[in-house]
Design a protein around this ligand. Structure first.
Ligand code: PMP
Length: 414
């Protein structure tokens, strides 16, 4: 595994790239230029190797066996939980629940917290820049409980209207659910400030960390959040594994989300009692290999350095915006001063899908469409955007390629 020299805050990107086998591929005759890490990042060899080793050498079901192999698997599973707790500075590993990803984490809170605490006339506050995963679960639970969804507006730059939020918080609000970083705009929201405002009124806060966790240090205690959700596959780990961090005081009051094996203390047909945290929320056989891969991803990120990754990507973001902005007809969507990892744009007279298709022909992988944020597209009056998103392995040269290719594509389409 490669890492920058200790003491420097600069990434050795060439060495990092050598750890990601897929980056050696060619696409349509060009070296692959992968600019879609916000959808899912690529995986370094140590993650692939850890999962392979787990299945070859250590696999058995966890928590149930007295035999050596099952204990090895259990130890690896629980070591991953400790690594996650340390990575996000959770006060206790019992507050770390393994789930399939951000979507499941938010559904867990909406379903369980919602059933316990939401009543007719209550309100849940979200923002205009949420991913569908942080909209639809709340709509579902609101429909079941009679609670109402309130949406905090944003400015034309993509900055949250904090005054509107403050006004909304004076209503009968039971929970605030807000993204830490917007997957479409890149806006970094002031989570600590939001948590302080909500807590003054006794309201808990859930942050959707899907787009923050790969890009910057995340400390759930410093952020002051009650719940924090993220996915392994966006942080160089495998698909199928994610995390819900929840404060013990809430998790203990919340009913189980799924019923099944492992989440029980004692089952009779008359009455079942629940296991302790975090197992109360982990029904069924978990994605054990996924947790092993996630652990390896955490180790990898830490070996590179989260500050160094953030600095590298901030520089790339600045450079990429600078290169794209002068292109004829360019409209950058999302120009907040606090921004991470994402460049979204539309070009007058072209459709994002057509631009994306032409970029692919030049070996450049970007995402086009609404990025699971349809209300946000409506807010900006566009059907979709072209979105280039960054990972630690991206380079200035790739952004130069992107800008040239976008210019060429736009000229061909107009
Ligand atoms: N929230 C945000 C901000 C996202 O970017 C995504 C993934 N695009 C999700 C939630 C959903 O994540 P997953 O599909 O891994 O559950």
């Amino acid at each position: 595994m490669n890492a920058p020299a200790a003491g420097t805050n600069k990434l050795d990107v060439a060495r990092i790239r050598a750890d990601f086998p897929i980056l050696e591929r060619e696409m349509n005759g060009y070296p692959l230029c992968f600019l879609d890490s916000a959808a899912s990042s690529q995986k370094p060899a140590p993650v692939l190797e850890a999962m392979d080793r787990y299945y070859r050498q250590h696999h058995a079901n966890v928590h149930r066996g007295v035999y050596q192999l099952s204990q090895e698997a259990t130890d690896m599973f629980e070591a991953a939980r400790r690594a996650v707790a340390r990575f996000i500075n959770a006060p206790s590993e019992q507050e770390v629940i393994f789930v399939r990803g951000t979507t499941e984490a938010i559904n867990l809170v909406a379903g369980s917290f919602g059933r316990a605490f939401l009543r007719e006339g209550d309100e849940v506050v979200i923002t205009w820049m949420e991913h569908h995963s942080n909209i639809v679960p709340w709509q579902l639970i609101c429909a079941q409980t009679g609670a109402r969804l309130r949406v905090v507006p944003i400015s034309d730059e993509g900055v949250l209207d904090m005054e509107a939020l403050a006004r909304m918080l004076d209503g009968p609000v039971r929970l605030v659910a807000v993204t830490h970083v917007s997957n479409t705009l890149g806006t970094i929201n002031p989570i600590r400030q939001i948590a302080d405002m909500a807590h003054e009124r006794g309201i808990p806060v859930l942050a959707d960390g899907a787009q923050a966790i790969p890009h910057m240090p995340v400390d759930v205690q410093a952020l002051g959040v009650d719940f924090y959700a993220f996915s392994g596959h966006k942080m160089y780990g495998p698909t199928g594994i994610g995390v819900l961090y929840g404060k013990r005081e809430w998790l203990e009051q919340m009913p189980p989300y799924h019923g099944g094996g492992e989440m029980i203390e004692r089952v009779t047909f008359e009455k079942t009692t629940w296991n302790e945290l975090p197992f109360k929320f982990e029904a069924g056989t978990p994605d054990i290999a996924g947790t092993v891969g996630l652990h390896a991803a955490i180790d990898y990120i830490e070996s590179v350095g989260r500050e160094a990754i953030a600095a590298h990507e901030a520089e790339l973001l600045r450079y990429g915006m600078e290169l794209l902005a002068p292109i004829e007809g360019m409209r950058l969507i999302g120009t907040a001063p606090q921004k991470a990892g994402v460049i979204s744009f539309v070009i007058e007279g072209t459709h994002p899908y057509d631009v994306g298709t032409l970029l692919d022909k030049m070996g450049i992988a970007v995402r086009t469409g609404h990025h699971c944020t349809e209300p946000l597209m409506d807010r900006f009056g566009v059907p979709g955007t072209v979105r280039a998103s960054l990972g630690m392995y991206n380079t200035r040269e790739e952004l130069e390629r992107l800008a040239k290719a976008v210019e060429k594509a736009a000229a061909m389409l107009r």
